[in-house]
Design a binder for this molecule. Structure first.
Ligand code: P6P
Length: 342
C-alpha cells in the first residue's frame, strides 16, 4: 500500500466526520511551520542561530524569566507568521509571549485558538540534543471575535487536537485529534510527513522512569519515597529493578515513553512551589497529557487528572506525572496516602 501522508490522514479523518476542514487546514499549517523550524534547527552553527537571543551583556528574557535562545525567537516567529493569514485561527498564545496575540485584522479569522511552546528543551540546542515544538488546539468560544488570554483558559479535555514535532535523528510529528495518537516521519526528499506508526499504545507497566533526581531533596515526601523505592530495585518495595533516563527535553522524554513505556515526573519542589511547578499547563502538560491518554497512558498533577485542571493563568505551571498507566496510578496513590495522613 502506498505511504499515507499527513494530508491523506487528515482528509480521511475529515471524510469520516472526525474533524472539519478548518481544523485539517490548521494542522497542515502547523506541520508546515514545524518543517521550517526543523530546517533552521538542523543548520546548527552553520545557520548562525545557536546561542542566546539579545545582545552580548543584554540577554533577552521571556515571560518565564528564562534567557531566550535565538531559535526560541525564530521558532515563535515562524509559527506566528505561518498561521497568520490562513483564516482558520482567531488567536495564538506562546511560551515566548507575555500575552496571547489575535490574528491581525487584515487577515480572515477562524474558530480556533492555537497555543504552543515553539521550541521546548531549547537549553539543549547548543549541545545538539533533541528539541521540539509542542502545540495544542482549542475552540474559540462562540461569539468571541477578539479573544484574549482568558479565552485560552480551558481545561485539557477541551483540546480538539494536540501534538509535538521532535527535531532529532529524524523529524517526527506526533498528533492526536482525539482518535488515537499517531506518529509521522518527515520524508525530506518529498517534504511530507509520512504516517509511520498508527495508534501508538503505551504499556501499562514499566521499569523506566524519567526525573531530574538532582531535585529529589526539594520534593514533597511522597515523591522522595516514590523514587527511593525505584532506586531500591528488585530487593526493594517495588520488587523490580528500574532504569532511569532524563534528556531534560520533554519532547524527547515523552516520545521515548510513547515508544516503549515509562513514567515522566516533574514533581512540585521547594524551588518551584510558589509558581505551582516547573512545567507549563497549557502548552506542555495538557497537549502531552492528551497524547499520552489517547495512547492508553495516564497523566496527573499527582492529585488531579491533568486534563481536568481548570487553568487560571496563561502561563500556569503544574507538577507532572505521565506515562504508563499503572505506574502513574501508583505515584498518585502515594500522594493520596500522604494527604490523608497530613
Ligand atoms: P530541568 C525544558 O526547559 C523543560 O521545560 C522541559 O522540556 C524539560 O522536561 C524540563 O524543562 C527540564 O527541566 O529542571 O531538568 O532542566
Amino acid at each position: 500500500m502506498s505511504p499515507i501522508s499527513l494530508t491523506r490522514y487528515l482528509i480521511e479523518e475529515q471524510q469520516a466526520g472526525r474533524i472539519c476542514a478548518d481544523l485539517r487546514l490548521l494542522i497542515e499549517v502547523v506541520a508546515r511551520a514545524c518543517k521550517s523550524i526543523s530546517i533552521a534547527v538542523g543548520k546548527g552553527d552553520l545557520g548562525g542561530v545557536l546561542g542566546d537571543a539579545g545582545t552580548p551583556g543584554s540577554a533577552s528574557i521571556n515571560v518565564q524569566g528564562e534567557a531566550q535562545k535565538k531559535l526560541d525567537v525564530l521558532s515563535n516567529e515562524i509559527l506566528l507568521e505561518t498561521n497568520a493569514w490562513g483564516g482558520h485561527l482567531a488567536a495564538c498564545a506562546s511560551e515566548e509571549m507575555d500575552h496571547s496575540q489575535p490574528i491581525p485584522d487584515r487577515y480572515p479569522k477562524g474558530n480556533y485558538l492555537l497555543v504552543f511552546d515553539p521550541l521546548d528543551g531549547s537549553s539543549n540546542i547548543d549541545v545538539n540534543v533533541t528539541v521540539g515544538t509542542i502545540f495544542s488546539v482549542l475552540r474559540c468560544p462562540d461569539g468571541v471575535s477578539a479573544p484574549g488570554d482568558e479565552h485560552f483558559l480551558q481545561p485539557g479535555t477541551a483540546q480538539v487536537a494536540a501534538g509535538y514535532a521532535a527535531y532529532g535523528s529524524s523529524t517526527l510529528l506526533v498528533l492526536t485529534v482525539g482518535h488515537g495518537t499517531h506518529v509521522f516521519t518527515l520524508d525530506r526528499e518529498i517534504g511530507s510527513f509520512i504516517l509511520t506508526r498508527r495508534d501508538v499504545r503505551i504499556p501499562e507497566e514499566t521499569r523506566e522512569f524519567a526525573a531530574n533526581v538532582s531535585n529529589q531533596r526539594h520534593w514533597e515526601a511522597p515523591m522522595q519515597r516514590y523514587v527511593d523505592e525505584m532506586l531500591a530495585g528488585k530487593h526493594g518495595p517495588r520488587g523490580k529493578d528500574y532504569n532511569m533516563r532524563w534528556v531534560a527535553s520533554m519532547v524527547a522524554d515523552v516520545h521515548r515513553i510513547l515508544t516503549r513505556g515509562g513514567i515522566f515526573i516533574y514533581p512540585l519542589d521547594a524551588k518551584n512551589r510558589a509558581q505551582g511547578g516547573k512545567l507549563r499547563l497549557l502548552y506542555e502538560a495538557n497537549p502531552m497529557s492528551l497524547l499520552v491518554e489517547q495512547a492508553g497512558g495516564a497523566a496527573s498533577t499527582g492529585r488531579l487528572r491533568m486534563l481536568e485542571v481548570q487553568p487560571e493563568k496563561l502561563h500556569q505551571r503544574v507538577p507532572v506525572f505521565l506515562g504508563s498507566k499503572h505506574e502513574v496510578e501508583y505515584a498518585v496513590a502515594l500522594h493520596r496516602a500522604h494527604d490523608a495522613n497530613a
